[in-house]
Each structure stands twice: as structure tokens, then as C-alpha cells.
Design a protein around this ligand. Structure first.
Ligand code: SF4
Length: 367
């Protein structure tokens, strides 16, 4: 499972090749960074040293927290369960509106105080009764080797794995990565190439490719999140096009979350997203035919409720990340009409609730 780390450089990275001029090209994401000796890629955490690429953040984390799964957000993946969440540093996108920029844009590796082997993380999840481990806070694409090793350790203990990602990666690593994930929340940041190019430094099409791949070639449960930014990606026209594409390419059962932007990082001049914008976006997506559309980062009882797709009875009612009513059968059926809800469900006895518990990991356990 694990290749040993070298003391000097980190962990030998996968997904690269030499090009004719002697540089190394990274094949992990469509940025295709081409590196001379000693250079780091745009994500900062993948570096060429000699004739190899290294992942400099393997085994190092910006911290561990136990969260409700609803916070990822995942509303149809074992609702009410707890998830052990962690991230590292760096990101392969350059979003001007980043809401986690202190982690994703970190150049300071000293921030990565917590060291933890894959086995230690899986052990901690088991000890704390977590249903799953989430790779989150920064995009796990840039620490894919570490995330995949943690996923193996988790699966050996019956713990599920969750990726929270922008979905910006090449085909081969995409296949390898999602073979080890049970669920994902994928950002669909907008529905124009112009937005992706100007505000994220990336492209829309590879993200759409990831969504289509997940839907048609894997069993990974996934939900989509769109952060609505006033004046940038919230027009009726764009939201209609997005909803219609999701219906056509992915079908009506993929949950979609519209979340509120808060002025941050390089976009402090814009206002926060008004709640009415989230409600309008939700209405547009429902009109397009999607069955499960949610609002987030705002108080909205209707936008946080899962309703039966057949008889429309409210089945899971949420107040932020707290479930205040749960009526599904253990197999995920509506108790009134028997319709099956899309997702992964089990017997619901209790919930983790809207807590956030930072934990320390037992350092340096082998594995
Ligand atoms: S993963 Fe990092 S180094 Fe590789 S292409 Fe993407 S940004 Fe560049």
C-alpha cells in the first residue's frame, strides 16, 4: 500500500512523465504543470526533486475535526452520522472567492502540525464512532496518494470515505481515486467556461467530465454544491442551463446544494448572497426536474428538507445541520407511499447533531 517517505522530499508521487525538453509534466490535473528541477506545481505541494515528483504533504494535516455528515454537505449519505474530517494544504484551483483560503493557499508547511499515518486516521475514526472519513478543507486531488492510502486503511476497518472536491482531475487518476471513495461532494462552481477561467483559473469541462464519470461509471454516491456569488453565477439563464444539464446528463436524483457566499479572500468587495437568491436558484432547479435541491449557509427550513419524490411528504427536516424530523425506513423508503429515495441509508437511531469536535490523532502509528 505505502511507498516509504524519503526524509528530504516527501512521498514519491504518481501521475507524471518526462517531456522532450527534460521537464517533468504532472498528469494529475488539467493544469499540466511542467517542472524544472526543484520547482513546485501550481498547487505548491507537488514538487520535482531530481528525476522524480514528490507529494510534500503526505501524512501531514492542518487538523482533524468530527462533523455531522450534513456539513460536507451530504444530505443523502447516512444522514445524521458523524464524519472525521481533515485536509492538508494547497489547491489546484485559484478561486478568487475561496472560503478556505488560509488552508488552500497556504505556503507555510508549518501549518501542517498534525502528522498522522493512514492507519492512525482510520483507528481514530473507529474509536470515535465515525461512519466515514472525509478528505476536505482543501481539495484532496492534490494529496491524492495520501487520501487513497487513508481510504484503504478505512475500508479495512469498515469506515466509509468521502471526497469534498472541485472534481478537477485527469482521467486515469480520476479512475484510481474514485475506486477508493464511497461518496463525494463535487463543486460545480458555475456553468460557464468564462467564470471558471476568470475566477478559478481552471476549466468547466473537466468538472462536467468528473460528474458524468461518477454517475455512469461508478457506485460512488455524490451530491453537487454551487456557491452562488452575486452577479457572477446567479442569473436565471445560467441556473436554468445548469439545472437542465444536470437533468440531461446525470438524471433527477443527484442532490444539488446552493450555498451562500460570504465576502472573502480576493472578493471582499461583493455582498453576501441574499437568501432570496438561494430560494430563486432552488426553484429554478426544481422546475428543471431535479428532485432534491437544497439551500445552505442560511436559515431555511424548506430548503433544508428532504421530501418524498412521489407523494412530497417531508421526510427529513433539518435546522442547519441538525435533523429535527426523520421518517425514512432503514432502506430509505417513504413510510407513506413506499417510494425509494436516492442515497445511502440505514437504521436511524440517533444523530451526531450540529457539533464540531476538534480531535488529536495518535501520531506516527505505522501503516
Ligand atoms: S496537481 Fe498540482 S502539480 Fe499537478 S498539474 Fe495540478 S496544480 Fe500542477
Amino acid at each position: 500500500m505505502s511507498t516509504p517517505m524519503t526524509a528530504a522530499s516527501g512521498y514519491p508521487a504518481r501521475y507524471w512523465h518526462f517531456i522532450e525538453d527534460g521537464r517533468i509534466q504532472c498528469d494529475l490535473c488539467p493544469r499540466d504543470c511542467k517542472l524544472h528541477e526543484g520547482q513546485r506545481g501550481a498547487c505548491f505541494v507537488r514538487q520535482r526533486v531530481g528525476a522524480q515528483m514528490f507529494l510534500t504533504t503526505y501524512g501531514r494535516s492542518s487538523g482533524f475535526c468530527i462533523d455531522p455528515i450534513e456539513k460536507k454537505p451530504l444530505n443523502h449519505f447516512y444522514p445524521g452520522s458523524s464524519v472525521l474530517s481533515f485536509g492538508t494544504a494547497g489547491c489546484n484551483l485559484a478561486c478568487k472567492f475561496c472560503q478556505n483560503w488560509d488552508i488552500s493557499k497556504s505556503r507555510d508547511m508549518d501549518r501542517l502540525m498534525d502528522q498522522a499515518s493512514p492507519a492512525a486516521i482510520a483507528d481514530a475514526a473507529e474509536q470515535h464512532g465515525c461512519k466515514s472519513v472525509a478528505f476536505t478543507y482543501n481539495d484532496p486531488v492534490v494529496f491524492a496518494e495520501y487520501a487513497m492510502d487513508v481510504a484503504d486503511a478505512c475500508h479495512a476497518r469498515g469506515i466509509k470515505t468521502v471526497a469534498v472536491t472541485a472534481g478537477y482531475m485527469h482521467d486515469q487518476p480520476r479512475r484510481d481515486f474514485y475506486a477508493k471513495m464511497d461518496a463525494a461532494n463535487v463543486d460545480l462552481k458555475a456553468f460557464t467556461e468564462d467564470f471558471y477561467f476568470k475566477l478559478t483559473g481552471s476549466q468547466l469541462q473537466p468538472v462536467l467530465d468528473t460528474l458524468v464519470y461518477l454517475r455512469h461509471h461508478t457506485d460512488v454516491w455524490f451530491e453537487i454544491t454551487t456557491l452562488l456569488i452575486p452577479g457572477k453565477n446567479d442569473s436565471d439563464e445560467e441556473l436554468t442551463a445548469m439545472g437542465q444539464w444536470i437533468m440531461r446528463a446525470l438524471g433527477p436524483d443527484v442532490p444539488l446544494h446552493f450555498t451562500a457566499f460570504h465576502p472573502d479572500y480576493k472578493m471582499e468587495d461583493l455582498p453576501a448572497t441574499p437568501p432570496a437568491t438561494l430560494t430563486r436558484a432552488r426553484d429554478i432547479a426544481l422546475r428543471a426536474g431535479l428532485r432534491y435541491v437544497y439551500t445552505g449557509n442560511v436559515y431555511d427550513l424548506v430548503g433544508g428538507t428532504t421530501s418524498c419524490p412521489s407523494c412530497h411528504a417531508p421526510l427529513i427536516v433539518r435546522d442547519w445541520h441538525q435533523i429535527i424530523q426523520y421518517r425514512l425506513t432503514p432502506q430509505g423508503h417513504c413510510p407513506d407511499c413506499g417510494a425509494q429515495l436516492a442515497g445511502r441509508f440505514e437504521t436511524f437511531n440517533s444523530q451526531f447533531g450540529r457539533r464540531r469536535i476538534p480531535i488529536a490523532i495518535n501520531m506516527r502509528r505505522g501503516g
